[in-house]
Every structure is written in C-alpha cells, then in structure tokens.
Design a binder for this molecule. Structure first.
Ligand SMILES: CC(C)(COP(=O)(O)OP(=O)(O)OC[C@H]1O[C@@H](n2cnc3c(N)ncnc32)[C@H](O)[C@@H]1OP(=O)(O)O)[C@@H](O)C(=O)NCCC(=O)NCCS
Length: 402
C-alpha cells in the first residue's frame, strides 16, 4: 500500500427524516444534525487523533440559515474540535458530500492533509429545493435550460423519453416500478437484519408531540406492492411514468466520514475500510440530469485504467428509478436485480437529503465490502441537478495490513 494513498476509515449517518411538519427533524437545526454525526464519528473512533484533523469539509446545497455561515468551520467549534482545525463548505447540489470526499481524498494524496472529515447535510424542510434560488434570467431567455427542467421530476420524465430516442434501451413505467419495489424489499431485508443499525445513529429530537428518538428512516414504506405503485399519480406529467413510488423523497439528514493518509493509518495502527482511488465529475444536458452517472462512471473508469466488469459492488443514488434502470441497461447489468448494484436497498427506500447522499453511498459501500470480502473494487455514483454526474472508485482494504 502506498503511504500517500487516501483511505476511508469510517462513516456514520443520522436516520433520514421526512421533510415536513410531522417529520422527525422539523424543529432540529441542520447544523445540529452535522454536530450529531461528527460527535458520533469521534465516539466510535477513539484512536483517531481528532485534534489533528486538517480540514472539516461539508456539502450542503442551500448555504444559508442553519446551513450557512460556512458550516464546515462553524461545526468545528460546535462539535468540539479545537480551534486550530480548519473547515469549509461545498455546493455541488446532490453531490456536495461526494465532492467533499473527492477534495479530501485529493488533499491527502497530494500531501496537503493527513486527516479529513468529509460530510454532507440537507434539511429539505428548512431549505426546500430551489426555494430561495435566483437563477440568472439569461439561462432561460437564451434557452440554456427550459424552466421546467429546474424541477428534477421533469428531467426524470424526459429521461424516459430520451433513452430510446438516443440509441439506449427504453425504460418502461412498469420497469421503474419493479425496480423501486426491488430496492425497497432489499432495504427492509437489510434493515431487519441490522444492516442499517451498524452505521446510523439515533438522535433525540423535539417534535410537536414532545421529545422523540429519531431511530428509523421515515421515507421507507413497508409492504409496498406493484399494484399500489401502478395506481399512483404522475405529478410531473399527465399520464407520465414518474410517481412518488419510483422517486426518491424529500428528506432531512446528515452523513459524515473520516479519510486518512496511509502514513497516518500506519502510525496509529488504524485499519481503514476502503482506498480512495479517484473521482470523476461530468456535465450532461440539464434536461436529462439523471443520465449523469453513466458518463461519470465511464470517465472515472477510463481515468484509472479500469473496466466496468472490474466493479464488484456499486452504490448508486436513485434520485429516480428510471436513471438506475437506465444505468443498469447501459452497462448490461441484470434487470431487475443485479447482486452488484445497491445490494442492501437504495435511495428510493432510504431517502435522499440531497448533499448528504454521496457520503451515505460510501458508508454503505464500506459496509458492503466488510460483508463481501471477495469484492475488490466498488463505485459510488450519482446524478446531480442541472445536468451532472459524479463517480468515485474505491478499493476494498478491509482486513488488509500495511
Ligand atoms: C415525487 C414527489 C413529488 C412526491 O411527493 P409527495 O406527494 O410529498 O410524496 P408522498 O410521500 O406524500 O407520496 C404521495 C402519495 O403516494 C403514496 N405512495 C408513495 N409511495 C407509495 C408506494 N410505493 N405504494 C403506494 N403508495 C405510495 C403516499 O402514501 C402518498 O399517498 P397520499 O397522498 O394518499 O398520502 C416528491 O417526493 C419529489 O419531488 N421527489 C423527487 C425529489 C427530488 O427531485 N430530489 C432531487 C433529485 S436530483
């Protein structure tokens, strides 16, 4: 192992709430979700010298109010790290946290840092998507993006139409529903087997009914059926294909991870879980933003001299089932179930607090590696608003010695 390599040591997340008045986190501050996961990460990893963290990097899409004031810096103070730890915030919408990991990984590889906290948070109840955005009017007047494609659901409808028009296999509504049902079933099987208890932290929260413990993903819907899915409204298009059942939800939550150089791991006797190989981000036509993971994955594989078949496990963020199914078909994966993709459930069941999700994918991939020691390489990948995709390649190093 190369001592200047970057490694994922550990990660933790809150359970994800529903972003609405009766959701767990309605009265909880976004930065307190961050404090919770940072402190839990510290508690679980007493052998990490937390006062030596070089940077605390946090992704959030809307950087104002309780997600403002350069959260990466303020949470150094509120989570109890010493003043000397630096921090900053990043916005790449849904891939905010993923980008923090890419930055942190690169800092470590170039010798600019040894220990990085990289995380993501989104309180979609306090910061509904796009609510306070003021896009440049030229974007619309000069037809860079049609207004309707600022709404991600419309891009998912367009993707259904775009794929067969562009030489890709079509994805039917039935297939999107089947896929959504499959990942929901996988989610509940994993939940019932304690998979999520391993990396989720319970949090005491004040709600309109008094104090409660946020100890489950509120979005997940047990007992979903294909018949129930078929009859749902299609809110983005009359007689469309995208429904509440085959989309990710509107959620609140935070995820944190700690990355470390090989040198530091060796010095401290820390056994990391994954090696950060590298990342790639790409832009695509904003009207088909869900396609982003395909070219992002092709790019990262090319950059690091690998082939799709080298990947043993993939954690893909399903903003919408159509983009997950499109990804599977493009890369020739088995449909509706491929054991490599989202083996323990996906975003449609777990929830999608935008900027946090990329870090959630990495936390799950690390756990997938622990459970599947023969798996060598893995991928985290996601689509991003206004037409982007991001992918990170990771290597399983669970149990490996330096
Ligand atoms: C799709 C979307 C509009 C649905 O929002 P919503 O209406 O608040 O969603 P709900 O969870 O209340 O579900 C709507 C209804 O469908 C029902 N439903 C949801 N999933 C179901 C399922 N699998 N089976 C049966 N019913 C289901 C709900 O019970 C609810 O029924 P009700 O109206 O009788 O209460 C919203 O989740 C959304 O915008 N998602 C995309 C988020 C996004 O763009 N993220 C960024 C990605 S890049």
């Amino acid at each position: 192992m190369d001592l200047r390599d970057a490694y994922f040591v550990d990660g933790v997340r809150t359970w994800f709430g529903k972003a609405r008045p009766d959701g767990f986190y309605w009265t909880t501050r976004a930065d307190d979700l961050v404090n919770k996961v940072m402190r839990e990460l510290m508690r679980r990893n007493p052998n990490v010298p937390w006062d030596e963290v070089d940077d605390n990097i946090w992704g959030a899409t809307t950087q104002e109010g309780d997600q403002g004031t350069t959260m990466g810096r303020t949470t150094v103070l509120t989570a109890g790290l010493p003043d000397k730890v630096a921090g900053f915030s990043v916005d790449r919408m849904c891939a905010g946290g993923m980008t923090c990991q890419a930055i942190g990984g690169s800092f470590i590889r170039t010798g600019s840092a040894d220990i990085i906290i990289a995380g993501g948070v989104e309180h979609m109840a306090h910061h509904p998507m796009g609510a306070t955005a003021d896009p440049n009017p030229r974007i619309v007047s000069e037809k860079m993006v049609e207004v309707k494609y600022f709404n991600m659901g419309n891009t998912a409808e367009k993707l259904h139409d775009w794929m067969p028009e562009n030489g890709e296999a079509p994805v039917t509504k039935e297939e999107s529903d089947q896929y959504a049902l499959m990942v929901t079933k996988r989610y509940f099987d994993a939940l019932d087997n304690g998979y999520y208890d391993k990396h989720c932290v319970d949090m005491a929260v004040f709600t309109k009914d008094g104090w409660k413990v946020a100890n489950k993903d509120e979005q997940a819907r047990r007992g979903a059926t294909i018949e129930g899915m078929r009859n749902l409204k299609t809110p983005f298009k009359k007689a469309g294909k995208v429904t509440a059942g085959n989309s990710s939800g509107l959620n609140d939550g935070a995820c944190a991870s700690v990355l470390m150089s090989g040198q530091k791991c060796k010095e401290l006797g820390i056994k990391p879980k994954m090696r950060y190989i590298g990342a790639a981000f790409v832009g695509v036509d904003p009207s088909i933003m869900g396609w982003g993971p395909v070219p992002a994955t092709e790019k990262v594989l090319k950059n690091f001299g690998m082939k799709f078949d080298d990947l043993d496990l993939i954690e893909l963020n399903e903003a919408f089932a159509v983009q997950a199914v499109g990804f599977m078909k493009h890369f020739g994966m088995k449909f509706p179930e491929d054991p490599r993709l989202n083996p323990y459930g996906g975003t449609i069941a777990v929830g999608h607090p935008l900027a946090s999700s990329g870090v959630r994918l990495s936390i799950q991939l690390a756990q997938d590696f622990e459970m599947n020691p023969d798996a060598k390489y893995g991928l985290t990948t996601m689509c991003v608003g206004l037409g982007m995709g991001g992918s990170i390649l990771w290597e399983n190093v669970v149990g490996k010695d330096f």
